[in-house]
Design a protein. Structure first.
Length: 184
């Protein structure tokens, strides 16, 4: 496993569309094993994202702001290239059940083939096993409450993005987070 100045860096990659309490739980668990954890916001070619990558990264940064050693970065291309760039010694992925294993193992094998970096699977908190970004969006789309499923900054961002989509309005950038001006 490569080291950067003796610091063990792990990468938690994902679409984070949006980041959930389950993701934050996995980042917290990864920080018990590694010195630094990079929450890597990437594009999954098989999924159509609700939020832009920039917005996903901005809300993820707010969500992990209270976790020393965690930071957020955008992955512009291949995760394997990003792993090399940051000097990661491991990828960490959360597992809720068997279907996650089925989906994650092929990615772990491809990432190891491309970069030599191993993937560590972490069992997430059982009380969060029902939380998935896709279901969070579906619950919100139908007017359900998502406040207990995602970090607080995520709630208005998802609601605003869904409202815009419903109205057929194009997605906006970082203003969704309220960080560069008024919240739409
Ligand atoms: O949260 P997800 O959608 O399960 O995360 C999958 C993700 C985004 C980590 C994966 O699709 C990815 O790594 N995308 C970046 C491009 C890449 O490296 N593709 C090959 C992955 S084996």
């Amino acid at each position: 496993m490569p080291y950067v100045g003796g610091v063990r860096i792990a990468v938690c990659p994902g679409s984070f569309d949006p980041i959930t309490n389950g993701h934050v739980d996995v980042v917290r668990r990864a920080l018990t094993m590694f010195d630094e954890v990079v929450v890597a916001v990437a594009t999954n070619a098989a999924k159509e994202a609700l939020l832009s990558a920039q917005v996903r990264a901005a809300v993820a940064a707010e969500a992990v702001a209270g976790l020393p050693g965690a930071r957020v970065a955008l992955v512009p291309g291949l995760l394997a290239d990003f792993l090399r760039e940051v000097g990661a010694c491991a990828v960490v992925k959360g597992i809720r059940g068997a279907s996650d294993v089925d989906a994650e193992v092929p990615m772990a094998l491809m990432n190891r083939y491309l970069s030599g970096v191993e993937t560590v699977f972490v069992a997430g908190d059982q009380s969060m096993a029902h939380i998935a970004s896709s279901m969070v969006k579906d619950v919100a789309r139908h007017g359900g409450r998502i406040d207990d499923l995602v970090p607080a900054p995520v709630v208005p961002v998802v609601r605003a993005a869904l409202a815009r989509r419903e109205e057929g309005r194009p997605e906006v950038g970082r203003s969704e987070t309220g960080q560069d001006g008024e919240r739409p």
